[in-house]
Each structure stands twice: as structure tokens, then as C-alpha cells.
Ligand binder design. Structure first.
Ligand code: ATP
Ligand code: MG
Length: 413
């Protein structure tokens, strides 16, 4: 049934193109766009080729193409493949692959040290699937011509055919990338309502690529941001970490603040009067530090990120208690973390790690003799000490403490 509907859709779509009711896709040779096949990870390109050899359609799609078209000198980390093969058919083509996901089934195919996500073309959901619920609605398979309308932004909807070296563009993505514009596919209001996570994605791509967003999109972000509170907590955690993991933390934070998204994600920012003039230099230093780690190819520690993000809330609460003792301090840490995980999942393990970083701040401030070398070598100490250093930049008393706690260089001679 699906197969017949997909064929019918394809026929009608190209009939409309033939009759000039709507424009057809533009096709570019890779060389026309200033790229060549060497820009793509060969092991990953081979997955697309293997699928094509099994007579399925397969394309490299999404962020890798967008990022390469913005700047051909960068090396994309993440390649996404889309295919006409159903998840079980993809699984049969690659012996070590795994089908994952409930919301939308995808296949993880291991390559060298990485995992590539292979998804099946998505189709438009029918009234029947809508009635059967989100799971059915999301697992509707379609054709290339339908898949494109399910993607979020035009810049993310380019399809690269590895075999023919052709890039297929249904929605003007190439032009928009050249003009540095982030354009939503379809109506912004509808697409943000359908999936509010697209708001965070819009901010992420703006921070990463410097693309401009239209006034209409800006207005819709303002209007729909509150819907983020209805999104699954786990998805929000993933998106938030992604927002800060690509080397543009400062810009990402600025955008979250400009669109007043912080108080939507973390209620503490909306509940109490925070002195942003004081917080800003702290965050600027902290995020510059995270971006520095990124340039050194270090993975972002989520606990460090959250310890920094939520520190101003914790510190403001802490200052309300005069001569705080360790019991009050611990209680406050627990209270803040519980309160701030109302909309974003902060799993137990992550909470424990954040707690440790914050508790070490208490130790740094109150203990008069530093730890021995074994404790100092632990990763937790390292991150906690970095947090202390960032705080110390605007507090002389802490600067002295930071000096005292400075790990001694080990003598290897
Ligand atoms: P990144 O460089 O961070 O990987 P990306 O654009 O590739 O960016 P992914 O999360 O890897 O982002 O998603 C791959 C592609 O899937 C996107 O480019 C987009 O076309 C589509 N996509 C992902 N999430 C959504 C969404 N919420 N709504 C619509 N399309 C989406
Ligand atoms: Mg991607």
C-alpha cells in the first residue's frame, strides 16, 4: 500500500514539475559547488555505495553537506545517510549494524572508529497513522520526494549521490547557504509546533554557521519557545549538550539569552533576580574555556557544562545563607539540581558529577591544606579546579585559594 502511494506521489510530483506547476529539484555536480569526493569520509561514502549496489537509493544528507558548503576546509565529524531501504533491509546489508529508536527507527552501522546513522526516507503521515499515535506517525516511510519536506531547514535538505557525484536540491538549500540564510522548510509556526526542538536546532546552526534568521522565524521562536517544556527531557538534554559542543559556546549562550530560552529550560533563571552584569564575565570566561577544549579536540564534559551553566543560580541561592556549613551546602546543591531538572533530564550519574564539582568548590574555599597528588590527578579535581580558576578571575580572595590549590607539576626526570 505504502509502495503504491509513494509511486503515485512521485508520479504526481514530477507531472507537476513537467506542467510547470512547481519547480523541480536543482541538480549540481559536486565540482560546481567547489567540493570533491575527497571531502567525504571514504568509509562512510562506501556505505552509501554498498546500499546502491543492493539496488536501493542512498544519499549523504544533512549537516556534513551544509558544513562543507559553508567552509570546504573543515572536516565534518558526523555524516548522515538516507536510503530507500527499510531498516531491516539496511541491517541485512551490514552484518554488524543495529536497528535502534522507537520514535523513528534508524540503523547504526559501525565504520572504523565511528558509527553512521542510516535512516529511511520518511513519508507524510496519514490521518490513520495520526490516529494511531506518534510512534506510527514517525515511522512512515516514503520516497526522496517526500523525505525532503520532513527535514527542518533548507540548508539541511541537500542530498549527495556518491555514485553520480551529484547534489540534489529541492528547496533552494544551496542558494540559502551561499546567502548565509537559515530558512525553514514550510511554515515556521507549524514546524516549531510540530517539533519544538527545532528551536534549539535553529539556534545551534545560527551559532555554528553565522546564518541569519528571518524576522518571521525570530517571532515564532519567541512565541513557541515555551513548547520546549513539553519535549521529552532526554531529547532536551541531548540538544542542549550539542548546542555547546561545537566550539561556539559564547554565541550559543548569547542566542539562548536573546530569545529568553534560559528560563524556559531552567526555571531557576526565571524565578530569582539574577545580576546578569556579574554573571556575564563569568560565563564568557567559562565558555571561552570550553571552546578552547573543543579546539584541542577534547570532548565536552557534560558535568563541567552543567556546573558552569547552573553555577549562577546555585551561587545566588548560596549567598542568601550566611556562613553556610557543609550540610546546608549539600542540601542546597541537591535542591538546585532537583529543581533545575524539571524540564531537562539531568540523570543521576550526571547529577553526582556536578555535585562533586560544586562540593569541591566548598572544599577549595574552606580547607587550608591541599590534597595529595593522587586526588589532584583525578579528572573531577581537574574540572573543579578549572571552575575555581574561572571564578577566581573576578575574586581576589579566590585567586589566593586558586594559587594554593594549583596542582604541582610532576617531575618526570
Ligand atoms: P550536525 O552537524 O549537528 O550533525 P545535522 O543537521 O546533521 O547537524 P542531525 O541531528 O545529525 O543534524 O540530523 C541529520 C538531519 O536530519 C538534519 O540535517 C535534518 O535534515 C534532519 N533532522 C534532524 N532532526 C530533525 C528535526 N527535529 N526535524 C526535522 N528534520 C530533522
Ligand atoms: Mg548530522
Amino acid at each position: 500500500m505504502r509502495y503504491i502511494w509513494n509511486k503515485l506521489y512521485q508520479t504526481l510530483y514530477y507531472f507537476g514539475v513537467y506542467c510547470k506547476f512547481w519547480p523541480g529539484p536543482k541538480r549540481y555536480m559536486l565540482s560546481e559547488l567547489g567540493l570533491d569526493s575527497k571531502h567525504f569520509n571514504q568509509a562512510i561514502a562506501k556505505i552509501a555505495l554498498d546500499l546502491q549496489q543492493h539496488n536501493y537509493e542512498a544519499y549523504i544528507v544533512g549537516g556534513a553537506l551544509r558544513d562543507l558548503l559553508c567552509d570546504a576546509t573543515i572536516k565534518p565529524k558526523d555524516f548522515d545517510i538516507v536510503t530507500s531501504a527499510l531498516p531491516q533491509q539496511v541491517k541485512r546489508c551490514f552484518s554488524r549494524s543495529r536497528v535502534i529508536g522507537k520514535r523513528f527507527k534508524i540503523v547504526h552501522v559501525p565504520v572504523v572508529k565511528d558509527i553512521v546513522e542510516v535512516s529511511t526516507f520518511r513519508g507524510k503521515s496519514s490521518w490513520l497513522s495520526r490516529w494511531r499515535g506518534a510512534r506510527y506517525q514517525n515511522n512512515i516511510y516514503g520516497s526522496l520526494e517526500q523525505d525532503v519536506w520532513r527535514r527542518d531547514f533548507t540548508a539541511n535538505a541537500l542530498y549527495y549521490n556518491v555514485k553520480t557525484s551529484e547534489v540534489v536540491d529541492f528547496v533552494g538549500g544551496v542558494e540559502h547557504i551561499k546567502a548565509k540564510k537559515l530558512v525553514m522548510i514550510g511554515d515556521c509556526a507549524k514546524r516549531f509546533k510540530e517539533d519544538p526542538v527545532r528551536i534549539l536546532r535553529a539556534l545551534r546552526f545560527t551559532a555554528k554557521t553565522g546564518f541569519e534568521i528571518s524576522d518571521t522565524m525570530k517571532k515564532e521562536i519567541q512565541k513557541k519557545k515555551v513548547l520546549l517544556q513539553q519535549v521529552s527531557k532526554d531529547r532536551l538534554l541531548l540538544e542542549l549538550v550539542k548546542l555547546f559542543s561545537h566550539g561556539h559556546c559564547k554565541k550559543s549562550m548569547q542566542l539562548l539569552q536573546d530569545f529568553h530560552c534560559l528560563s524556559i529550560l531552567f526555571p531557576g533563571f526565571g524565578r530569582m533576580p539574577l545580576n546578569f552584569n556579574r554573571i556575564q564575565p563569568f560565563w564568557d570566561r567559562a565558555f571561552a574555556n570550553i571552546d578552547h577544549h573543543y579546539r584541542q579536540k577534547k570532548r565536552l564534559s557534560s558535568s563541567f557544562l552543567f556546573a558552569i551553566l547552573l553555577w549562577p543560580i546555585f551561587e545566588t541561592q548560596k549567598k542568601k545563607i550566611k556562613r553556610i556549613n557543609i550540610f546546608q551546602y549539600k542540601k542546597l546543591v541537591n535542591r538546585v539540581l532537583k529543581f533545575e531538572s524539571r524540564y531537562i533530564a539531568i540523570p543521576k550519574k550526571l547529577q553526582e558529577a556536578i555535585k562533586e564539582l560544586w562540593l569541591l568548590q566548598y572544599t577549595f574555599e574552606t580547607k587550608t591544606t591541599p590534597f595529595g597528588p593522587d586526588r589532584v590527578r583525578q579528572a573531577r579535581f581537574h574540572y573543579a579546579y578549572e571552575l575555581l580558576m574561572i571564578r577566581a578571575k573576578s575574586d581576589e580572595r579566590l585567586a589566593e585559594k586558586a594559587l594554593m590549590w594549583q596542582p604541582k607539576r610532576e617531575n618526570h626526570s
